[in-house]
Design a protein around this ligand. Structure first.
Ligand SMILES: Nc1ncnc2c1ncn2[C@@H]1O[C@H](COP(=O)(O)OP(=O)(O)O)[C@@H](O)[C@H]1O
Ligand SMILES: [Mg+2]
Length: 197
């Protein structure tokens, strides 16, 4: 249980009715998420600003196959598609990292660029993998505000699961220049952080 659970959302009548059938899915630092009927998910936020930021990102990513479709925005809640699958890191621990999955991750990162994100990075815990290895982002935090020009958190997560070398080997085949740059930047970052890899 997180430290703050003082949630109070400003539901309209329709949402109020749907919420009676809500099933708890999970909680993060910013909010709590429930499944609603018809395969939708409602996230209730603690702060209006965070709700507004996330709502605007989802509005901009609407139409992209990597992001849950946005249905409704309140002051303290957002209704979007339910996302199935497993968290990327957990999925890899159970199933390994296939060539197809690496290619899909690479394409996901290209999509960030297409969507004009400033943060070309994502945490493993925010990427969900379906049975057919399609990817979805559940929590597109700071996509347009934080400047990150290579997938640092993603690489850190893959390193923790023990598949970073495998990942980079495959990325080298797809785009050698990018792979070399990412590796260099990541090594530099690890040196600064005093993390030995
Ligand atoms: N669209 C969704 N479909 C299914 N589960 C979700 C969805 N969005 C969030 N969750 C679940 O709720 C948890 C918290 O959501 P998240 O958006 O990460 O909140 P926070 O911004 O507080 O980190 C996630 O870790 C996940 O388990
Ligand atoms: Mg989260």
């Amino acid at each position: 249980m997180k430290k703050n659970f003082a949630y109070s959302a400003d539901f309209d009548e329709v949402t109020e009715k749907l919420f009676r059938e809500a099933v708890y899915l999970g909680e993060g630092n910013n909010g709590v998420v429930y499944e609603l009927p018809n395969r939708k998910a409602i996230k209730i936020f603690l702060k209006k600003k965070v709700c507004n930021d996330e709502g605007s990102i989802l509005a901009k990513t609407n139409g992209s196959k990597y992001f849950p479709r946005l249905y409704k925005r309140g002051n303290l809640y957002v209704i979007r598609d339910l996302v199935d699958g497993k968290r990327l890191d957990k999925y890899i621990r159970q199933n390994g990292l296939s060539e197809k999955l690496i290619k899909n991750i690479y394409e996901l990162l290209l999509e960030f660029k297409k969507l004009k994100f400033k943060k070309l990075d994502v945490r493993c815990k925010d990427v969900y993998v379906s049975d057919s290895e399609k990817l979805m982002i559940i929590d597109p935090k700071k996509a347009y505000s934080r400047n990150v020009d290579y997938p640092r958190h993603l690489m850190k997560g893959l390193y923790k699961v023990g598949v970073l070398d495998e990942f980079l080997t495959e990325i080298r085949k797809i785009n050698l220049k990018k792979a070399t740059l990412w590796e260099l930047k990541f090594l530099r970052y690890c040196e600064n952080e005093n993390t030995h890899i």
